[in-house]
Design a protein around this ligand. Structure first.
Ligand code: AMP
Length: 393
């Protein structure tokens, strides 16, 4: 079992380098549009503050190429100040002499949030120089950044090797939820997949089918990825998005599911765009120039029925191009159904979580996962490098 912050003794006065995932959406005024990820890290920060550690927080935000004032973590520092009055300081650089001074002046129970770690070179390359600079800031390293645990970066991987370490409460909870859900699923287990790209989800579907699901469980596939499966069945998909190199694999998945008695439900009707005329049509058959961009009413009904009969639900990816109001109905109906269902529910991926929040059902979902890529890797049965390097108890 991995060490957690509960296993760290004598935190008082210790410098704890805490990796959080504060990669939150900001508007052009620097206002935080969705605080899910910061809120989820509060229990770990609170624990460290209560135990009078000196808390130095490292995070990234977006994909800056050098300094970018629109990707500063200052708005996050302001947010934290509301939760921890008079305890939060902000370092306007992620590393350097100024940071060293601020760390040296930090009192027990205070928090220093460092500027976006991706403003300096070496984070994503896991450069030894940056690892050294980060390691000298702390006595202990704690990883509570689930969203980047699949990354071998300086602040998620390199520095963990250099210091005594542990995981925070958020990472502990994420790992536990997925482990339990996959080891001892409640049945029927219904998994819903959507999104544009099939490439990163087909392995996951395979893993779930091979290792988690059994006869009577089902997989609902919507969104852009459904068209590769429909193509595999020889059904016309018009000009909808398709990954031709995955058609054979999709065929194999469908055949295997049939053999195991796992239902795979694909869209039977669509909301499609006729691009030339910029006209939206509802149709059972996608012909000619039609682009399928949302599931139709019959499909919604079929999916909702399945969701309502489930005892465990996993949802990852929107079932339509939901950012466009013309194609958001399917995703919103799925979100509402998942919220309404009494099944144990796990929702992952930014788009599905936005839909859950927009539908006002977030409180009814058992687990909203903060990590898209990391949770996909975990569900594929692959190890997360940043977790692998954490000490065992
Ligand atoms: P992913 O990153 O693979 O989870 O894909 C998320 C994106 O898939 C969202 O931005 C949706 O707009 C998009 N999407 C969902 N359904 C479709 C579709 N039928 N055609 C094209 N894009 C879609």
């Amino acid at each position: 079992m991995k060490k957690t912050i509960r296993d760290l003794k004598g935190l008082k006065g210790k410098k704890v380098l805490l990796r959080c995932d504060f990669n939150v959406p900001l508007d052009k005024y620097g206002d935080i549009l969705d605080d899910t990820r910061i809120y989820a890290a509060l229990p770990t920060i609170e624990y460290l503050v209560e135990h009078e550690a000196k808390v130095i927080i490292v995070s990234h935000l977006g994909r800056p190429k050098g300094y970018d004032k629109y990707l500063s973590l200052f708005p996050v520092a302001v947010y934290l100040m509301k939760w921890f009055p008079n305890k939060v300081k902000f370092a306007s650089e992620p590393i350097g002499k100024e940071v060293d001074r601020e760390v040296a002046n930090l009192k027990n129970g205070e928090i220093l949030l460092l500027e976006n770690i991706r403003f300096v070179q070496g984070e994503e390359e896991n450069s030894p120089k940056l690892v050294e600079e980060l390691a000298k800031l702390g006595d202990i390293y704690v990883n509570d950044a689930f969203g980047v645990c699949h990354r071998k970066h300086a602040s998620t991987y390199g520095v963990a090797i250099k210091l005594p370490n542990a995981i925070g409460f958020l990472v502990e909870k994420e790992l536990k939820v997925f482990e339990e859900a996959f080891k001892t699923p409640k049945r029927p287990f219904v998994a819903i997949f959507g999104g544009a790209k099939i490439d990163d989800k087909i392995n996951l579907i395979r893993n779930i089918m091979d290792n988690v699901m059994q006869q009577g469980d089902s997989i609902l596939i919507g969104g852009g990825m459904a068209y590769t499966f429909l193509q595999a069945q020889g059904i016309q998909i018009g000009k909808s998005i398709v990954s031709l190199d995955k058609v054979d694999e999709a065929k194999k998945v469908l055949a295997e599911a049939e053999k195991k008695g796992i239902k795979v439900l694909l869209p039977v009707d669509h909301v499609a765009l006729l691009k030339e005329k910029d006209k939206v049509v509802r149709t059972k058959k996608l012909s000619g120039d039609m682009i399928g961009l949302d599931i139709g009413n019959l499909t919604i009904k079929m999916f909702v029925k399945e969701i309502m009969e489930a005892n465990q639900i996993l949802w990852n990816g929107p079932v339509g191009k939901y950012e466009d109001p013309r194609f958001k109905k399917g995703t919103m109906k799925i979100a509402k159904a998942v919220g309404k269902s009494v099944a144990y529910s796990i929702v992952g991926g930014g788009d599905s979580i936005s839909a859950i929040n927009a539908s006002g059902v977030a409180d009814s979902v058992n687990h909203l996962s903060t990590g898209g890529g990391a949770s996909l890797k975990l569900m594929e049965g692959k190890p997360l490098p940043a977790i692998e390097v954490i000490d065992e108890v």
